[in-house]
Design a binder for this molecule. Structure first.
Ligand code: SAH
Length: 286
């Protein structure tokens, strides 16, 4: 079996296939042997479970996932990699590579086609950082039949995604993540664990998907309001929502009052229930 976190073997593989890293595809491969077993462990994969991976690279995490799961399906955009993965993962018969853009492919169809005989489905990946927000939003908004999403992201992104709603560190994406899942920051990974080594440290987070949201809102209207409320960090919510949603200031102010909120409240100080109340009252007044 190939040892894909042995630096000598990695260099041999890259040379054998004449592979050079693509910066624009966010390629930073894990070379610290301690990391992938730890990520796979955190995903809590049962032997009858399926795992969907985004961006396998040369397969260092893929192989750890394949040791635990019934089946692993990995989506990779770089056309040069499937040939390399065929070699590096030749000892596994439960891995399938799909050459596609993870942002464009129909992930529900991928899951339905590949994991129908699996128990739980997990998403687990060291994702390309340049698409962190859209990818995480897609994974959640598509309401995929998955139990959890265990991914490595930039440390700053991890802090934002896992912040408590209603605190300074929170943003619109914190609210969105919290709506669909319970977010946990698991552990940090230093930049030296990658090749090439990026300019920032990383962290592994786990999003445990909720069966049902904790708050009852009109989803479309709620996310429009949240996006508007957080769009101007220094503005009060009343101004940001009024401008962003093109609603007269007085109406937003009434909705805030009816929700028991101060008229000068800022988006990042409201918790989920307050945001939900504001959403309901605002929509009713329109
Ligand atoms: N998981 C590997 C590689 C991480 S680098 C490791 O930890 O070593 C990110 C990977 O995502 C690269 O393989 C890159 O080619 C791939 N990638 C980049 N953009 C992608 C996209 N839109 N869809 C799928 N894969 C993508």
């Amino acid at each position: 079996m190939h040892n894909l976190s042995d630096i000598k073997e990695i260099k041999y593989i890259l040379e054998k296939f004449g592979f050079s890293f693509s910066k624009s595809l966010g390629q930073n491969f894990i070379v610290n042997p301690g990391i992938c077993p730890k990520i796979a462990e955190s995903a809590e994969i049962g032997e009858r479970d399926g795992v969907l991976e985004i961006g396998p690279g040369i397969g260092v995490l893929t192989s750890e996932l394949a040791k635990k799961a019934a089946k692993v399906v990995a989506i990779e955009l770089d056309k040069r990699l499937p040939e390399i993965l065929k070699y590096t993962l030749e000892d596994f018969n439960n891995v399938k590579i799909i050459g596609a853009d993870a942002l464009k492919i129909d992930l529900r169809a991928v899951i339905d086609e590949n994991f129908s005989d699996c128990e739980d489905v997990h998403i687990c990946a060291n994702i390309p950082y340049y698409i962190t927000s859209p990818l995480i939003m897609k994974l959640l908004e598509d309401k995929l039949p998955v139990k959890d999403i265990t991914v490595m992201v930039q440390k700053e992104a991890a802090d934002r995604l896992c912040a408590e709603v209603g605190t300074r560190a929170s943003g619109a994406i914190t609210v969105a993540v919290n709506y669909f899942a319970v977010a946990q920051k698991l552990f940090t990974v230093s930049r030296g664990s990658f090749m090439p080594s990026p300019k920032v440290d990383s962290a592994v987070i786990k999003l445990t998907v909720r069966d049902n949201p904790d708050i009852a809102v009109d989803e479309e209207f709620f996310f429009k309001m949240v996006k508007a409320a957080f769009s101007k960090r220094r503005k009060t919510a009343v101004n940001a929502i009024s401008t962003g949603m093109n609603i007269p200031k007085e109406q937003v102010a009434s909705a805030l009052e009816e929700s028991g909120l101060e008229c000068n409240v800022r988006a990042e100080t409201m918790n989920m229930n307050e945001l939900a109340a504001l959403c309901g009252n605002l929509q009713r007044l329109l």
